[in-house]
Write a protein of this length. Structure first.
Length: 255
């Protein structure tokens, strides 16, 4: 990777604080309406399906600051294809490093995919905030194309939410850990025909339930005939309320 003053190395579990500083600085540059936290990055670095040595890189300046990063999240042997999800970050003063990061990530996915002993399709994807116009252009310059858009939807709670009308035999219950396996199976089934979706591994799904901000005490399940048939897991991120000028909650997963 270019720039002789920069050292690229894999991330470690001890890098959460420095990585959070990089993410927050990048989010501030783009004036995004959210801020990462050290707790969130600690959680991400502990992803059970992540191999830090193989799947991550961070660009470190001589003074020890992080200025760019690359992160590959794989979903392998979990459906009709293998997927690598590439995530990169680079501060504006070091924007050129992001091209290095993307190229490294794409080369690394080729190596990982070549190790698989089947003929299933292999895909590489990424995600970008709409405000990250330059980042999108860098990906496009390397052959990536925009495939779909995500939309944030909101509803004011100033107007009361009408109580749900449930089908016969369906009961709405508060989240209970005894339903974990059934909730996982319901989520996987509900996303079978969702564009580009692949089911997470059981371990990664469990890890996701512990994501900072997820509020299982505010989450619900629909149960019928002894199994979960629908779920809504919810989250709250107070660190973002000042940026958004309001208090709010998020529906994390609806299936």
């Amino acid at each position: 990777m270019s720039d002789s003053n920069i050292v690229w190395r894999p991330l470690t579990a001890a890098d959460a604080a420095a990585l959070a500083r990089l993410h927050i600085a990048w989010e501030e540059e783009l004036d995004l309406p959210f801020r990462s936290t050290e707790e969130e990055l600690t959680h991400e670095l502990a992803d059970p399906d992540l191999d830090l040595a193989r799947d991550t890189r961070v660009a470190v300046t001589p003074d020890g600051s992080f200025v760019a990063s690359a992160w590959i999240s794989y979903t392998l042997r979990q459906g009709p294809k293998h997927r690598a999800f590439v995530m990169t970050t680079a501060l504006a003063d070091h924007a050129g490093l992001e091209l290095d990061a993307i190229k490294w990530a794409e080369d690394q996915t080729r190596v990982r995919f070549a190790e698989l002993d089947d003929d299933l399709p292999r895909v590489v994807r990424s995600f970008a905030e709409a405000a990250a116009v330059d980042q999108i252009r860098r990906y496009e310059s390397l052959g990536f194309v925009v495939a779909r858009h995500f939309v944030d939807m909101e509803r004011s709670l100033a107007v009361p939410v009408a109580p749900p009308t449930l089908p016969a035999g369906v009961e709405l219950v508060a989240w209970d850990d005894r339903w974990k396996r059934s909730a996982y199976e319901a989520q996987v089934a509900s996303f079978v025909n969702h564009w580009g979706s692949l089911p997470p591994s059981w371990d990664r799904w469990l890890h996701g339930l512990e994501w900072p901000g997820v509020r299982l005490d505010l989450s619900h399940l629909a149960v019928a005939d002894g199994e979960v048939v629908a779920l809504a897991s919810n989250g709250v991120y107070p660190q973002d309320w000042k940026l958004r000028n309001r208090s709010e909650g998020w529906i994390e997963t609806l299936g």
